[in-house]
Design a protein. Sequence first.
Lengths: 571, 692
Amino acid sequence: MKDRTIDAVELEVLWNRLISIVNEQAAALMHASFTTVVREAGDLSAGVFDRAGNMLAQAVTGTPGHINTMANCVRHFVKAYPIDTLKPGDSLLTNDPWLGSGHLHDITVVTPVFYRGRGVGWFANTCHAMDIGGRTLGAGARQVYEEGLNIPIMKLFDEGEINRDLIAIVRANVREPDQVVGDLYAQQAGNDVGAVKLLQALENYDLADIEGLSGLILDRSEAATREAILEIANGVYEDEVELDGYDRPLVIRAKVIVEDRSLIVDYTGTSPQVDRGINVVYNYTHAYTTYPLKCAISPHIPNNEGSFRPITVTAPEGCILNAQFPCAVGARHLVGHFLSQPLFGALSQAIPDRVIADGSAGLWNTQLEGVGRTGERFSYIFFSAGGMGARPGDDGISATAFPSGIKGVPAEAIESVSPVIMHRRALIPNSGGAGTFRGGLGQEMVLSVDSDHPTLHSCMYDRTRYAPRGFLGGGDGRRGELFLSDGTVLPPKGRYDLQPGQSVTLRIPGGGGYGSPFERDPKRVLEDVKQERLSHEAARDCYGVAITADLEVDVEETAVLRGNASADKRR
Amino acid sequence: MSKEAYTLAIDIGGTFTDVVLREHASGILSVAKVLTQSPDPSVSVLEGVKEVLNGVSPGAISRAVHGTTLVTNALIERRGARTGLIATAGFRDALEIGREGRYDIYDLFLKLPEPLVERRLRVEVRERLYARGEVMTPLNEDDVIKACEVLREAGVEAVAIVFLHAYVNPDHERRAGEIVRSLMPGVGISVSHRVAAELREFERTSTTVANAYVQPMVARYLARLEDGLKALGVLAPLHIMLSNGGSCSVQTAVRFPVRLVESGPCGGALAAAHYGNRSGHRQILAFDMGGTTAKAILSENGAFPVTTESEVARVYRFKRGSGLPLLVPVLDMIEIGAGGGSIAHASELGLPTVGPQSAGADPGPACYARGGQLPTVTDADLLLGYLNAEYFLGGQMDLDVDRAADAVDEFARFTRLDRMRAAQGIHDLVNENMANAARVHAAERGIDLNGYSLVATGGAGPVHACGVAMRLGIDRVIVPPAAGVGSAFGLMLAPIAFDYVRSFVARIAALDHEVVNKLYGEMEDEGRALVREAGIDDSEIRVVRTADMRYVGQGHEISVPVPLGELTEGSDGEIQAAFDASYKKLYGRLCDGVPVEAIHWRVTISGPEPEISGSGSIEEVADDQGAVGQRDVLFAEGKCRTEVYRRDKLGRGAVLKGPAIVEEVESTTVLPPGWVLHVDDTGNLILIREDA
């Protein structure tokens, strides 16, 4: 073996190999996992790290809440168990929200890799566990103690032997012990596949370790990210958004400071943490800050430790974006998923052509628990998305998740494994904010349960008070709504009993528009009317476009409508 | 000459239509290559058939097999019929809401494919079933009548009908179909329980709508083709290649045209596996590398993995998830943007990258001297000495080494490498890309490539085969003869085979045997009728059952064999054991105590494998095996003076030691140092890594 320099071709080859290896790792994990959201919704992440715990590559899967938090999480493991203190066959885990991805349901398993007797790196993955004890997943807890079992960093395997005490504790605490423990094995299997393939690659390419490679990868990614930041004019850009909160509104305030090749995000002025489970730990704040920044600034640069270096994220201790132990954190996405909005709002002042208007953002998580007609208990959770914000140059995408990367579940799948009935799942006309480019449409769901007993419905919804905002003159998207078949309006984060024969309607918000609606091509307005995405009235009132009964643009009247409106504006 | 002595295969590609006639007794192939004409490719087919017959009596043809990219192209180019959808009230937007996800998490500007049916032509009717098939709301026939009025008014030529849970109880769809048929005569009708009886409303709607969308066009085309063949005197049954690697009758193809969607590359895959198997190798990685893309598929003992989740007409050709999803059984193949025309460029990080952009055939690589300026894989291969500037396509086209050098120099400058290292880099990078894709593909299917043989086809396949093989730890490469018509030849290998599926979620420990027996009974009766329709005798029909099963709570199903005949409590143990075996093979361990459930019940009904013996090649004449020349070639080990051979002059049993180059009209085989090549008695080149 020799210590040798790596030229540009070899670097690209080796880098691609690392990406291929983490994709194999993710494939092994996904197949063996028990948790529907892991496989169907891609709610996992997998990556490879150098000796010091720097993330080098991640699988092409997953959701930012996992990918970027895992990058920070592995450092804590390296600190607790430096690689030279570990042996082959050892493996570690934790689900501590403050070390990992912000709530107890996500378990991170980290495994050191040894080559010729020396630790050369780590494989890690984070997966959503089916259950973690405590209350079920939701926003209702007042402290993290109520939310389930908290496992500090410890060994899952000790020189190949499973930690029996840990497994016994897990089994005693969770509702689906076989599946939860099965998933721990699946997570280990994924890391093991990664390790085997990494050793093969070291052998093939005659490398002693990945340290030299790591330096090159991180430096290149860092330099490219810094060049991308340099394209943004120096300045301080600020914005804030309001959210429903648990029982009272919250403010997220962001200041984006661009200084040559670095970027600072400061959340000072954001609301303090609350006594319900929507608090966000710093790791998760960091993840949902770096992710939208990357989408806007450097989408083609690989996501690794190097690409994070030029970005600093600060949030005062005790604010809802740097919430302190032992606050409750279960439904932290209900705040974290909105961070892209003040960031894009701020950046729209500098790079308006690279950011999108506010969308529905926070996934609407519906959990139903009860007893079916046959007497069998059931518990079912699914995630749903509203409209994405409009984009410079194109309409927003309807009923599609952003920033989360999670996917929805078919109504037929829900009904096949639970007594839940979905009576309707439809786009909501007029729900996309008006604009030169229209916001994506929200969707409406009507649910009931085929049961003689009441069903507990846990609601994890937002944007029922404050609409997704339009950008640069675009109109707001339509707010969310939640009500029962008798007309009763429900709080967006409560729990209540859905009675037999009753149904509940969820109207998930539409996205905000982009640019003045009066600049929208009347042909596109007409097309929206033809496709029943927009009413005649809304075409006239919001866009200043008159559509005739036989579906043509009334050019003259449109000119009058638009002329008057722009005259109004000038006054 | 005996009657029924020939098989005819017709393979329509984007540029050329290949027509191949195979004499059963000798195995000798006659080939015609004609330009594919649009809009009516049947014209070129008939021209090719006339040419290839060349005196042979058309009555002596016992079977004709046809593969076409018509369906795929119609979906990509959006040339199908104006289509309407009749859906369950509240669910017309299933087609547009999809799975609520993004296929690229970093692209804010991503585009989703437009649904094939615009929103105003998706009409809702009141009806509803529970998941187990009981009626919640009866079908409102007035709504169906009104829907017909709306769709007729809009001038639709095809109608898709998709109701929730129709895969369990098709009554409502069936009745709605009758009403549409009576009120809209002449309009094509596709109902979801017939096209894709599988749970998941978005994917089933997408599939049913695609079927409706292409049906009128396919019906017209196949009718013209059948008539044309009859007029030429070809009276043999015409079979159409399906995307599952089997074939079907024309009637079936017209009923389920969406099943033809990815059939294009199937012929090539069947041929590659056939050649590999004939040389005694049962585990095959078929690897086809052309000008723009490389494709790969795994085959074990002649069987191919089939996936039931595919997609077509992607917004971005190489981005998974950017297309229209189809619940159609398709050979599980990967395609990546790596071919001879793939362009080398700098990534945003200033690193060398190859593909997926391609110079294609026009302007093509810089060395074609047709105006291409950018460095491609072919330019690198030429500079490295793998290709012969004077013997490209058998000398039909000269390659310009200077232009290749200029293009690669540009690339060398920004990567700070010298010219030859840069060329080597392009070659290595494209090999690495292909190897990575194959490695992840195998991993996703729980397959270890150790012991596999790589069968290389396509113009660039044999140039890159050993490089890819070494990266995958594969020690044996097979280069079949006459790669140019492999795809058409492969069509002849396709048995009649059709797949059925019905979704029914059930735990194995509490299986309702009556329901499952009924599902299998219905599927198998229909399948037998369909196979008989293609001229297969009852005694020759084969039935294979599988179920997609998982542990309760898991999100991913695995395919498990299911015993034939009447299922009873006694067979539950057998099903459980089969699940255990399949699960253990994939994941290495079981989850004791967790119940197992089945989601989809599947059956494949097929006719016999066609008997294909003989070499399956154009008649070859080999004389001596001497080298025709020498040139300098750059391998990973350094520059070597390398002997150059012509394939058509290598006799059976010839042995070469690497480094060596073997040239033929369609391609060039590169044998690196440390590899040995011999020509086996089937005409395959067998390349074996000696130092492994």
